[in-house]
Design a protein around this ligand. Structure first.
Ligand code: XCC
Ligand code: SF4
Length: 625
């Protein structure tokens, strides 16, 4: 039966989005929601993970009538192999992003770049110590080289273990060892999954799932953590600052440049080019009031956290931002960049420019960035935008008015700093029940769900129950637009959390960064667990990806669970065709790693599930519920 057609009010909770969806219809521009409608109904075999196209004896579709593929693979094996490759791609994405940062640090260490430098020298020294790199007598440049070289080892053929496993509580490390899921090399475990899932290699669903967990741990405690920490070393560790969010951050009388993707390497350089005195003169000469850089998705999170650059929107806002007609240039690096943006940009005067050879877009302009040419390429990009300003058709411009203020910059250093340098006061607040627990709300948007409804409702429900929320990725934009990232929103929290927020002048929803920065949450969990002498799975914490869509989000979910963090998903991955895999995800993992997944699209019910989990963990620690 065909579903009822959704109205614009069913698609999103935001006025700026609704206004731009209407404009898209008027301007004849297709959006993600139009294409979802075209694609529905989706193939039920694929939705359940029961399609296999791993060889040309197939493709095979497993069903009760035809329970085995040509090679003999059953439903369990088919689902497990598909899921293994799904998370391998997610982990590869984060980790390859981390690799780019390490390469940049390596170039700094070898004196091969004058465009990048170590902005946070103290952090470089701290990280060196944590990963076992001797700092004595080394200059900053020498230390950058030594840290980069140690991290390069983490990617490859590992004989010891990943450097950041030094952060993991001993009980967790022992458990991983017992289960045989201690991550080895970041790349190694990803490649091994590609091998295992070839026809005729690992043909046991449970074994595949455990090894999926292993490669995801290499992402969370390896690739992503390296991405975060090296970004801080090179571009500075975030500190609390003010920011703004929604399409109202675009300016009618200025040259608007959007930065989109995930890596700060290009966007940070663009920011420095925008402030070049020569550029300022050229902007004046073009008759513009200035250059306005705004972020999208996780590149947006990176520059918001460190520089307070305004955030135009999350995943489902990326097309809509261009539809304002006010964007001179959209600059992308990689990941989560809908290929449709090239066509949307074509409908306006907007120039779409890719910057990384690994992320080419048919029909786009390309300006390749690397550490030897970054500054000059950034200047070139800014000039492309200035030159394009004259082509803007003001009659087609419509920018939703009014942006929302938020607070950002809550790195672990900033959080612990606000507490006086130790986790002690937070632990006391948790013990006293003022802060009953903490939940990381992370991840994407998905057009199958009402845009940002699950994010914002879940966060509001949790803070009412005195549960602190940490937010990353596209969820950040939702919370920001809902006003939950300002200290005043402590009024919406329960009495205990409200008092804590007011005494520290912080909001009850703290922005900790981009998708790779979920590693900050892992790190904070390990700091708390180590301080209490318990395992991460003993903490009153949880994670949630309410509106996720990507392979990366699935990898994050799995490393969270394998690290001992109960994880809620707003919709299931494509695994429901296997009872074995589904039962493992929703329950069996609990016995193995002390945490599991829960799937629940309703934010009120999800909040209850998380709340019940936190109560159980609190009681087990002797803290009352
Ligand atoms: Fe992508 Fe990171 Fe998801 Fe947003 S949240 S849609 S992965 S940009 Ni990580
Ligand atoms: Fe079919 Fe097996 Fe080939 Fe998959 S690997 S396509 S199930 S024959």
């Amino acid at each position: 039966m065909a579903k009822d057609k959704r109205t614009i009010d069913d698609l999103t909770i935001w006025d700026d989005a609704k206004m731009m969806i209407r404009k898209a219809q008027k301007d004849g521009v297709e959006t993600v929601w139009d294409r979802l409608e075209q694609q529905e109904p989706h193939c039920p075999f694929c939705e359940k993970g029961l399609t296999c196209k791993k060889c040309v004896m197939g493709p095979c579709r497993i069903s009760s009538k035809k329970p085995r593929g040509v090679c003999g693979a059953d439903a369990d094996l088919t689902v497990a192999r598909n899921f293994g490759r799904f998370v391998a791609a997610g982990a590869a994405s984060h980790s390859d992003h981390g690799r780019d940062l390490v390469e940049t640090l390596h170039a700094i260490g070898r004196g091969q770049t004058s465009d990048y430098e170590v902005r946070d020298q103290a952090k470089l020294k701290r990280i060196a110590q944590e990963i076992g790199v001797e700092a004595a007598d080394k200059s900053i440049q020498e230390l950058a080289l030594a840290v980069a070289e140690s991290m390069i080892q983490d990617f490859g053929f590992q004989h010891n273990h990943l450097g950041f496993l030094s952060r993991v509580p001993q009980k967790r490390k022992d458990l991983w060892k017992k289960l045989g899921i201690t991550p080895r090399g970041i790349d190694r475990d990803i490649v091994e999954m590609m091998h295992r899932t070839h026809m005729g290699v690992d043909s046991d669903a449970v074994s595949l799932c455990l090894n999926s967990a292993r490669l995801c741990l290499g992402d969370g405690w390896g690739g992503s953590m390296i991405g975060t920490e090296v970004s801080d070393i090179i571009f500075g560790t975030p500190t609390p600052r003010a920011g703004k969010v929604n399409l109202g951050v675009l300016k009618t009388d200025q040259i608007n440049i959007l930065v989109h993707g995930h890596s700060p390497i290009v966007s940070e350089m663009l920011l420095s080019a925008v402030n070049d005195p020569e550029i300022k003169k050229e902007v004046q000469a073009a008759g513009a009031g200035g250059i306005n850089v705004a972020g999208l998705c996780c590149t947006g999170n990176e520059v918001l956290m460190r520089q307070g650059i305004p955030m135009a929107g999350n995943h489902l806002m990326t097309e809509l931002a261009i539809i304002t007609g006010a964007v001179e240039l959209i600059l992308v690096d990689y990941q989560c960049i809908m290929p449709s943006l090239v066509q949307v940009a074509d409908c306006y005067h907007t120039r779409f420019v890719s910057t990384s050879d690994k992320a080419r877009f048919t029909g786009a302009e390309h300006v390749e960035f690397n550490y030897t040419n970054a500054r000059s390429q950034a200047l070139k990009l800014v000039r492309m935008a200035i030159e394009n300003y004259g082509r803007r058709n003001q009659a087609r411009v419509d920018i939703p008015q009014g942006s929302v203020e938020l607070m950002t910059g809550f790195s672990n250093e900033a959080i612990l700093g606000a507490l006086g340098g130790t986790p002690g006061p937070l632990i006391e607040a948790i013990k006293a029940g003022q802060v009953r627990g903490a939940v990381g709300i992370v991840g994407c948007n998905n057009p199958k769900l009402k845009h940002d409804y699950v994010h914002t409702t879940l966060a509001e429900e949790l803070i009412k129950k005195d549960i602190l929320v940490l937010v990353t990725g596209c969820a950040t934009v939702a919370m920001g637009k809902a006003g939950l990232m300002m200290p005043a929103s402590a009024d919406k929290a329960g009495q205990g959390l409200k008092a804590v927020c007011q005494s520290l002048s912080i909001p009850p929803v703290l922005h900790v960064g981009s998708c790779v920065d979920n590693s900050r949450i892992l790190h904070l969990c390990s700091v708390l667990a180590n301080a209490l002498g318990v395992d991460i799975s003993d903490l009153p914490v949880a994670a949630s990806a309410p509106e996720w869509y990507s392979e990366k989000a699935a990898a994050i979910g799995l490393y969270a669970v394998a690290s001992g963090v109960y994880t809620h998903l707003g919709l299931p991955p494509n695994i429901t065709g296997s009872e074995t895999v589904t039962n493992l995800a929703l329950g069996g993992l609990e016995e193995l790693v002390g945490a599991c997944f829960a799937v629940e699209p309703d934010p009120f019910k999800a909040a209850q599930l998380i709340d019940a989990r936190i109560s159980v963990k609190r009681k087990a620690l002797g803290l009352g519920d």
